[in-house]
Write a protein that binds this ligand. Structure first.
Ligand SMILES: Cc1cc2nc3c(=O)[nH]c(=O)nc-3n(C[C@H](O)[C@H](O)[C@H](O)COP(=O)(O)OP(=O)(O)OC[C@H]3O[C@@H](n4cnc5c(N)ncnc54)[C@H](O)[C@@H]3O)c2cc1C
Length: 427
């Protein structure tokens, strides 16, 4: 560790987007001694709205997600890990099943790392936002960024309500359909439709037994089904349903939860997993229509001048990777370290060198796993798996997961084992 520069040359930052990436970035900048203000397009936090323009992904009441150990360790670096620990339920193992109910693999979490936490998205956002507010970070709601000008000495942002704000740097944490990304580079690739629509549900009561912390992933005959049943008899499930035509979230919502529930029950009717029973226990009002699964192709440049993108705005992953929010948190903390120790241009360059290898590796791994386990590949495309490929997939999957995960049947392994040394000087 070398002696750190006494005060950051960057004094102020505008953070666009009040999702995980934006709020964690603002807290990390605050810890680094940089004044950060968050500007969020929606009046309510993103986790609580029903969605619509796709500014955030997987938002909405009842949406479920997991926060991986590496995400928790990023929060630990800025003394915020408690926010997830207090609301999350530990996931004790990951179990893979075929549509026949056959056991394919059970992956244990690495023993020396904090357990992955299952969280409800709304609660996660509320907890992180409350933590940011308790640290004195202003979160301005109803401020949709329209445009920004980099004057060379700072950035002026303009919002849809006619107001403006100025700071030394502008950080785009504005999700998959990032406005900041388009300002940095209009030719930045667009998100790519991955061939499935995603649904999730919070089921208040089921007669099925608790999974005792195990998260089940079932490669269904026609679609992918993940579920967990809690000790209080409530349950969570999520489905990736192959759908040839891309639908926006609004278009999918217009179909109606009742109709989708009917279609999901049909899709899982042959499966000999708890999917049919859990879907029978689900009411339309429990269902959240998350919309299309979209990913970002890898891009080499995330910044220009005094503007940079982080989180999904820069590198959205498939939801099944379980890494989106954790990588967003890691990136937010690393960016704050870079801006703490280096002037803007060098800081952004250092950030990209630090983050690219890891983000690209996880993106590659996620894709490779999907291909190796043809199960995931088949359920992630509009074409459902045929009988032969299903049989092959089920035969190969136990092998693929063992070979694919360094260290045998351990879940996550190198992806999870990532710590950020906050005190170490960058550069
Ligand atoms: C169905 C589904 C399941 C998922 N499950 C998991 C999981 O289990 N684990 C995991 O780690 N990840 C998961 N992910 C991915 C994860 O949700 C994202 O990676 C993560 O939320 C990214 O956070 P973010 O802050 O970068 O973006 P977002 O959460 O999208 O936040 C962006 C924010 O910016 C705001 N905004 C947008 N445009 C503007 C503008 N012009 N001006 C101002 N504000 C703006 C939006 O309203 C939003 O609040 C899942 C995603 C989906 C879709």
């Amino acid at each position: 560790m070398t002696a750190r520069t006494p005060a950051p040359t960057t004094r102020t930052a505008l953070v666009i987007g009040g999702g995980v990436a934006g709020l964690v970035a603002a807290m990390a900048l605050h810890k680094a001694g940089i004044e950060a203000r968050v500007y969020e397009a929606y009046d309510a936090h993103s986790g609580a709205r029903g969605g619509g323009d796709g500014g955030g992904r997987g938002g909405g009441r009842g949406g479920a997600m997991t926060i991986a150990p590496n995400g928790q360790q990023a929060l630990e670096a800025i003394d915020a890990a408690e926010t997830v620990r207090t609301i999350g339920t530990p996931v004790t193992a990951l179990a893979l099943r075929s549509w026949t109910g056959r056991h394919l693999a059970q992956l244990a979490p690495p023993a020396d790392l904090p357990a992955t936490r299952f969280v409800w998205r709304t609660e996660l956002h509320e907890a992180i936002e409350a933590e940011a507010s308790s640290r004195g970070i202003p979160v301005h709601k109803g401020k949709r960024l329209l445009d920004a000008t980099d004057t060379g000495t700072g950035v002026t942002a303009r919002f849809s309500d006619g107001s403006q704000a100025r700071a030394d740097v502008l950080i785009g944490a504005d999700g998959l359909r990032s406005t900041v990304r388009a300002l940095i580079d209009p030719s930045f690739p667009k998100p790519h439709y991955a061939g499935t629509l995603t649904f999730t549900a919070r089921v208040p009561k089921t007669e099925l037994p608790s999974t005792e912390g195990v998260l089940y992933m079932c490669y269904g005959k026609k679609a992918y089904f993940a579920y967990q049943i809690f000790d209080d008899a409530s349950a969570a499930w999520s489905v990736n349903l192959p759908h040839r035509e891309p639908l926006t979230q609004a278009e999918a919502q217009a179909v109606g939860a009742g109709e989708w529930l009917k279609r999901l029950r049909e899709a899982f009717t042959d499966d000999r997993t708890p999917a049919p029973d859990l879907l029978a226990d689900t009411s339309p009002e429990d269902v959240l229509i998350t919309g299309p699964t979209e990913t970002m192709p890898p891009v080499q440049t995330w910044s220009r001048g005094r503007m940079i993108v982080i989180g999904d705005a820069a590198h959205a992953m498939s939801p099944t990777s379980g890494q989106g929010a954790s990588l967003a948190s890691e990136g937010a903390v690393q960016l704050a370290r870079c801006l703490r120790d280096l002037p803007v241009g060098k800081a952004f360059k250092a950030y990209e060198s630090l983050r690219h290898p890891r983000v690209d590796r996880i993106l590659k791994h996620t894709t490779a796993t999907a291909t190796a386990t043809s199960a995931a590949a088949r359920t992630a495309t509009p074409k459902p798996a045929g009988p032969l490929s299903r049989a092959l997939r089920d035969a190969l999957l136990p092998v693929a997961t063992k070979v694919g995960g360094a260290g045998g049947a351990v879940w996550g392994a190198w992806q999870f084992d990532h710590r950020i040394n906050w005190d170490e000087q960058v550069g």
